[in-house]
Unconditional design. Structure first.
Length: 188
């Protein structure tokens, strides 16, 4: 992965994909996990966003490592790099959990729909009416939903920690201080 393009470091540009996609995936995954009604319509779009977020992480770390080798070694940069390397370990399980949640939910809904349809055609109380056994699927959905929320929360916290350490590495002790507006200038 190139480190510079047109004389500019790629890492600050590429990292914006992580900064946008990971929180979007985290929010979507948490909503799909805790609101089963959202899974049917929004489950697969959330999975796609989570895939894109997961793929953006190694690209950001790769460009960051290239930039790291072109900068003087500091404790702040090392901390930022260590935190950045940990994000993939957190977001990949979230992706797996939310994808499994959506797949199992889809299969369960399909099975319940087919069983209900067969039962209607066979008539109530007949031997041909299948029993709907989805207890295992429900347990799996609950476990996957809980794991999705846990990994989403941890991923969100990690993105904030990475961003904070990156800002500290780039800006050091520089702090933003609002400047007074000149008299006669509007706020536009």
């Amino acid at each position: 992965m190139p480190t510079f393009m047109f004389g500019l470091p790629l890492h600050p540009l590429v990292v914006h994909a992580v900064v946008v996609l990971v929180p979007a995936a985290v929010i979507g995954a948490a909503l799909v996990a805790v609101r089963p009604r959202l899974r049917g319509r929004w489950g697969w779009p959330v999975v796609v966003i989570a895939v894109l977020a997961t793929l953006a992480v190694p690209v950001a770390t790769s460009t960051g490592e290239g930039l790291e080798h072109n900068l003087p070694r500091t404790a702040a940069i090392e901390t930022h790099a260590e935190l950045g390397d940990q994000l993939l370990i957190l977001i990949a399980p979230m992706l797996v959990c939310v994808a499994a949640l959506v797949v199992i939910d889809r299969l369960r809904r399909r099975a319940v729909g087919l069983a209900t349809s067969s039962a209607r055609h066979a008539g109530p109380g007949t031997m041909a009416a299948p029993r709907i056994r989805d207890g295992q699927a429900r347990v799996a959905l609950i476990v996957l939903a809980a794991l999705t929320v846990v990994f989403a929360t941890v991923s969100a916290v990690q993105v904030v920690r990475i961003g904070d350490s990156g800002a500290r590495a780039a800006w050091g002790s520089v702090q933003y201080v609002p400047q007074p507006r000149p008299a006669g200038r509007s706020r536009d």
